[in-house]
Design a protein around this ligand. Structure first.
Ligand SMILES: Cc1cc2nc3c(=O)[nH]c(=O)nc-3n(C[C@H](O)[C@H](O)[C@H](O)COP(=O)(O)OP(=O)(O)OC[C@H]3O[C@@H](n4cnc5c(N)ncnc54)[C@H](O)[C@@H]3O)c2cc1C
Length: 494
């Protein structure tokens, strides 16, 4: 599909009209989902598709419209999915759903291995929610607001919203996505630093950047790549410096790779053992004209199990020594974006630096950033007109200041996982409280479960969680006397 064929469909209007207010009917069960990104919207759609009059869903999100979240609300045409269309269905039981939708809306020539624009994926997610909300008996309420606390009294839970309202629910699902970007702690940077942009994802991040000036992107992962693409789309012609500890850019996907099978069921329980095994497999693949990408991809169905079988100290070792390398090989960019990056690097329009920032000094004209070069150990200086924080989501939940997160921890309703990557959760997604007890009303889905599952941030894993959690919730209502709900959903999925 060529990007010029994209025809933006605004689901907002139709979708608001289609949404029925989910009443608090006698004998009904209310499920409140906090977070209106992919995880929240896909879960709401699955629950509604059971078509049960006794279930109502309330979706609470900060954004103007559900289904997009951080990833799919971009307006930049050049921001492509980093997963091919054939793997982006929102439904675990219907793997071609997105491909069919894309062919219907953008032309029958959309290929399964195509990397489509992320904003069209946002439309897709909004459309499945809209369709589910129009179904027989569907009761969905969309609240654009921020949840700031959760309380439980007399067997019922209540969510307090920033706008002042309170929402009662039987079950609450936390679908909050990734944490906001962390502060890279630049020595010498003052609280008021007008040339510093704290969040590369913010809509206003690139405002006032002049066409001919230079910028420094801190971090060299997918966020930096996104920002570099946005800058060029806005006709920024200046130099883009990218600086990170390792100076590693994400690798790119390759099309038409033959699949590789592991053929084993037991994996080493140490980070070093796993590294050795993967390296051996890559060597083997390359001897047979294969590619390392196929080896990494074939690990995907096992990743959660491997992660959970690693002792805590080995998980820590992985995070300390291997994470940066894993990230750039596992989270790859579309071939089109890889080609763009290569050409920018070749023409020296983008320059990548590896090292640690030792000093930040800003004056009205520019910023001087000093860093210690990773390879040579010497100090280097960069003079740029703007510094943009692209270090990605905060990785340590202890530093997150979001009011809801703080409130949940303060009330001991949740506890961080032992690696402080997110929340400690049980296998079914129930959060584990400060006393180590699995909640019977509070669940988490998506990136918040990173510490428990590691591989939990992308659509293929989240959609499996969505199916399992929808079934679990409906079954638990069934046990309480609302007959047939889970059965309906299971039938719909088979
Ligand atoms: C830039 C980017 C590109 C990506 N590209 C891909 C891709 O191509 N393919 C893929 O499979 N995955 C991709 N991902 C991974 C992505 O995390 C998942 O695909 C998916 O979007 C996660 O959805 P989510 O709903 O869990 O989180 P989010 O999309 O982050 O949504 C969470 C929502 O919750 C809201 N929220 C948080 N706290 C509150 C609160 N207290 N009250 C109300 N609302 C709240 C947030 O505002 C946000 O809208 C990408 C991620 C990013 C950041």
């Amino acid at each position: 599909m060529s990007s010029s064929t994209i025809d933006i469909i605004d689901y907002r209007v139709g979708w608001e009209m289609a949404t029925r207010i989910a009443g608090d009917k006698e004998g009904s069960c209310r499920i409140a989902i906090i977070g209106g990104g992919f995880s929240g919207a896909a879960l709401a759609a699955q629950l509604l598709s059971a078509g049960q009059p006794s279930v109502s869903v309330i979706l609470i999100g900060r954004d103007g419209c559900p289904g997009r979240g951080v990833a799919y609300s971009t307006r930049c045409e050049g921001h492509l999915l980093n997963v091919p269309a054939q793997n982006m269905s929102a439904f675990a039981h219907d793997r071609d759903h997105f491909l069919r939708w894309a062919r219907l809306h953008y032309g029958s020539d959309v290929r399964p291995d195509e990397f489509l624009p992320r904003r069209s994926y946002g439309q897709y997610v909004a459309s499945i929610l809209q369709k589910a909300s129009e179904g027989h008996n569907a009761a969905l309420e969309w609240r654009q607001d921020e949840a700031i606390s959760v309380n439980r009294a007399n067997g019922r839970a209540e969510i307090a919203l920033l706008g002042g309202d309170r929402i009662a629910a039987d079950k609450i699902i936390l679908a909050l996505g990734n944490f906001p970007p962390g502060d890279p702690k630049l020595p010498g940077r003052k609280e008021y630093s007008p040339r510093y942009v704290p969040n590369g994802w913010a809509e206003s991040a690139l405002d006032h950047i002049r066409e001919d000036k230079s910028v420094l992107l801190l971090g060299s992962g997918l966020t930096s790549v996104d920002v570099a693409i946005s800058l060029r789309e806005r006709k920024f012609e200046g130099k883009i410096h990218i600086l990170s500890r390792h100076g590693l850019l994400p690798q790119e996907h390759k099309r038409n790779l033959p699949r590789t099978a592991w053929g084993i069921n037991l994996f080493p329980c140490t980070a070093r053992g796993l590294l050795r095994l993967v390296r051996a497999r890559v060597r083997e693949a390359e001897e047979h004209h294969g590619d390392w990408r196929a080896v990494i991809d074939s690990l995907r169905p096992f990743t959660q199990r491997i992660w959970q079988s690693l002792p805590l100290q080995e998980q820590r070792r992985f995070l300390r020594h291997l994470r940066s390398y894993w990230d750039v090989h596992r989270h790859r960019v579309a071939p089109e974006i890889g080609a763009l990056l290569s050409s920018e690097l070749r023409d020296c329009r983008i320059e990548v630096h590896a090292g640690r920032v030792t000093k930040y000094h800003e004056n009205p004209e520019h910023v001087e950033v000093t860093y210690r070069d990773r390879k040579k150990g010497e100090s280097r200086k960069l003079h740029v007109h703007r510094v943009i924080n692209c270090t990605g989501p905060e990785l340590d939940c202890r530093r997150v200041t979001n009011p809801l997160w703080r409130d949940l921890i303060h009330q001991k309703l949740v506890r961080p996982d032992p690696l402080f990557l997110g929340l400690d959760t049980a296998q079914n997604g129930a959060v584990i409280d400060a006393h180590g007890i699995s909640s019977d009303f509070l669940y988490a889905i998506g990136p918040l479960r990173k510490g428990s599952l590691w591989e939990t941030i992308a659509v293929p894993e989240i959609r499996a969680q969505v199916s399992a959690l929808a079934l679990h919730l409906l079954s638990s209502f069934e046990q309480q006397g609302w007959g047939g709900l889970a059965r309906e959903l299971t039938t719909a999925q088979t």
